[in-house]
Ligand binder design. Structure first.
Ligand code: 5GP
Length: 216
């Protein structure tokens, strides 16, 4: 029997991951994102840049970086985005910022982005991406949740319902799919995915030195 090892395997060095939560508007990904950020210290939000106006309660730099069309154009021109896309009538993008360096240091990032952004992130960095698609239990329930939010007009809600169908059609492009019937249960499933993916052998950069010492 060997000596107990001083480094528990859960604390070995590892590479961070890009954790994507996508869903149609109203299926709960914003609530799930908030729960994850509140309960998990090792993940932080990748704050997107958008040309849309802030909703009540949204804070610049926290929920989004709200910018003008001209500023967005300039950022595209400067190649400042990891990915960007037109969603509804606006543009949204992930700024490159410190993501690349932070991944090497084991920082995980949460992305609340749509299927277009997910495809682009996969193309740029397949090994680090873990994607989860959140499905509503039914379209009636989705509409009810959008109406309860009461932040958008009827016309906007109708439009979002049409787009929800389009968004849902991309479910099969994701690594994991979770139905959000009960938000707490859904959250537990999402966390299980994240925990398991953190343990993926290829992300655990500390394994080789650990095993070398274990066998010495
Ligand atoms: P909302 O306007 O409701 O905050 O977001 C609308 C949609 O834009 C959501 O489906 C959201 O996932 C998507 N979105 C937000 N940020 C980004 C981003 O940086 N890139 C992409 N591709 N989509 C985003």
């Amino acid at each position: 029997m060997g000596e107990p090892h001083p480094i528990p395997s859960g604390q070995l060095d590892r590479r961070g991951l890009l954790f994507i939560l996508s869903s149609p508007s109203g299926a709960g990904k914003t609530t799930l994102s908030r729960m994850l950020l509140a309960k998990d210290e090792d993940i932080k939000l990748s704050v997107s840049v958008t040309t849309r106006a802030p909703r009540p309660g949204e804070v610049d730099g926290v929920h989004y970086h709200f910018v003008s069309n001209e500023k967005f154009d300039a950022m595209v021109e400067e190649d400042d985005f990891y990915e960007w896309a037109h969603v509804f009538d606006h543009r949204y993008g992930t700024p490159k910022g410190l993501i690349r360096t932070a991944l090497k240091e084991g920082q995980d990032f949460l992305f609340d982005i749509d299927w277009q952004g997910t495809q682009q992130l996969y193309q740029k960095d397949q090994q680090d991406v873990v994607s989860v698609f959140i499905l509503p239990p039914s379209l009636d329930e989705l509409r009810r949740r959008l109406e309860a939010r009461a932040q958008d007009s009827d016309a906007v809600i109708d439009d979002r319902m049409d787009r929800a169908r389009a968004e849902i059609s991309h479910w099969a492009e994701y690594d994991y799919v979770v139905i959000n019937d009960d938000v707490d249960e859904c959250f537990d499933r999402v966390r299980e995915v994240l925990d398991a993916e953190r343990m993926r052998r290829t992300r655990q950069t500390g394994l080789i030195p650990f095993v070398r010492e274990l066998m010495a």
